[in-house]
Design a protein around this ligand. Structure first.
Ligand code: NIG
Ligand code: FE
Length: 430
């Protein structure tokens, strides 16, 4: 009697017939080549949402049930039909929850009014605060889920989402609860089997700007954040972020908010050096922030300090595109040895774009980043910017199954073929 052949790796999902598996692996992988560790004619095996095996499709044959389209013996086979597969894109900086739009300001800026002027006039962020405070939770939820759907269609599988358009305890808390419930909502209603459910990472950005009712007593607003909001939002947000800028919060105010946040166990992020050399980048280094974002006005000394403190530099080319300002000098960051991440900064003022492919394209066309650097910036380095680099951001054994399927014959078409959606679908298993 013949012994039954058992798979040597236990898997309940095998993805086969992958033309190129762009692993972005951080360790060399057998059979993979190039800086992104690409495997041609590949397969990936997954068990309970975790990647357990990657290799060539030929090697997958004897290991896993392979000649069936559907479940057999507990293994589901997915035929990638020759797609290029990358890690799901990670959008590590978005302001996804808001109502209203700012199209009028967008066109005003075309006639020469600057973003900073609008902000100083109480427009900009504050227009969105008014609209968001007036919206119902149901309306905000519908807007947020439609935006998430758009992100998913463009290949994003993990999204950081900030508050920052409530700016009072009640609305900020409602927005945080909404952000937390986005996962649960998808689970219950639309993705009953938890298929392709995006990972949402909540960030508290009460220090986005000073709300109108505190205009003449800004210290009292900082007190409110530090004494009331931060302590009561523990557990609702993974990160605390601050907009450290002339028109928003001073260096000292930012330090106060972030120091308290750190004491309470939040991880830290900063909107730093976006419109001016605000000192935010150095503060990020001083406080051990996970990332500092924007950085259009960061000096060499800022970059050195960030590198030495292990802070990820998150660059946001959608803002430069929208505000028609110079693009961040990515090469400087890379030459300083900093991990560079790319994100959309999806928001109604400076970057109304859900599409990470656009950011990769802008990074390549305007920031001198290579495709390999830009793809790493949109996956593993973006995962670093969320302190999730051990969980997502590359296709490696022990990471979660969060994949993007691209209808391409070669991954090198990314950034070259532009203005259309190259992603066919995502595949997420929890
Ligand atoms: O990242 N800089 C501050 N916050 C956003 C803009 C938000 C807005 O204009 O509504 C940004 O650019
Ligand atoms: Fe932002």
């Amino acid at each position: 009697m013949q012994d039954e052949v058992q798979p040597i790796v236990q898997a309940n999902l095998v993805i086969r017939n992958i033309k190129q598996l762009v692993t972005v692996a951080q360790q060399p992988i057998a059979g993979a080549s190039g800086p992104l560790q690409v495997i041609a004619n590949a397969a990936v095996a997954v068990h309970n949402g975790g990647i357990v095996w990657i290799g060539t499709d030929d090697d997958a044959g004897p290991l896993f049930q392979h000649d069936t389209a559907a479940a057999q013996d507990g293994i589901t086979i997915v035929d990638a039909q020759g797609a290029v597969v990358t890690p799901g894109l990670v959008d590590s900086h978005t302001h996804l929850v808001f109502a209203g739009d700012r199209a009028e300001e967008f066109h005003l800026r075309r006639s020469g009014v600057s973003y900073a002027e609008l902000l100083a006039q109480g427009r900009g962020i504050l227009s969105t605060v008014t609209a968001t405070r007036q919206a119902s939770t149901q309306q905000l939820m519908e807007l947020a889920t439609a935006r998430l759907e758009s992100m998913r269609k463009h290949g994003t599988t993990t999204v950081e989402v900030k508050t920052g358009y409530g700016l009072d305890t009640v609305t900020e808390e409602a927005c945080l609860r909404l952000i937390n419930s986005l996962n649960a909502l998808e689970e219950s209603a639309r993705y009953k089997q938890q298929l392709n459910q995006l990972r949402v990472v909540p960030t508290f950005l009460g220090a986005h700007t000073v709300p109108p009712e505190y205009r003449d007593r800004r210290d009292a607003y900082v007190d409110l954040i530090v004494e009331e909001m931060l302590p009561s939002f523990v557990g609702l947000a993974r990160f605390c972020d601050v907009f450290c800028e002339r028109e928003a919060f001073t260096l000292e105010e930012s330090r106060r908010v972030l120091t308290r946040a750190k004491e309470l166990g939040y991880l830290l992020k900063l909107h730093a050096n976006q419109l001016s050399p605000s000192g935010g980048a150095k503060l990020a280094a001083e406080l051990g922030a996970v990332s500092a974002d924007h950085l259009d006005h960061a000096s060499d000394a800022d970059l050195d300090a960030m590198r030495d403190a292990g802070v990820v530099a998150t660059l946001l080319p959608g803002c430069s595109y929208t505000l028609r300002s110079p693009y961040p000098a990515a090469r400087r960051f890379l030459d300083h040895g900093l991990p560079v991440a790319l994100a959309t900064d999806f928001n109604p003022g400076t970057s109304y774009c859900e599409n990470m492919q656009m950011m990769i394209g802008l990074a390549m066309s305007h920031m001198d980043m290579t495709l390999e650097e830009a793809l790493a910036a949109a996956t593993i380095n973006a995962a670093r910017a969320l302190a999730l680099q051990d969980v997502i951001g590359s296709i490696e054994v022990d990471k979660r199954c969060e994949l993007a399927f691209w209808s391409l014959s070669d991954y090198r078409e990314i950034g070259y073929h532009f203005g259309v959606n190259l992603v066919e679908s995502v595949l997420v298993r929890r």
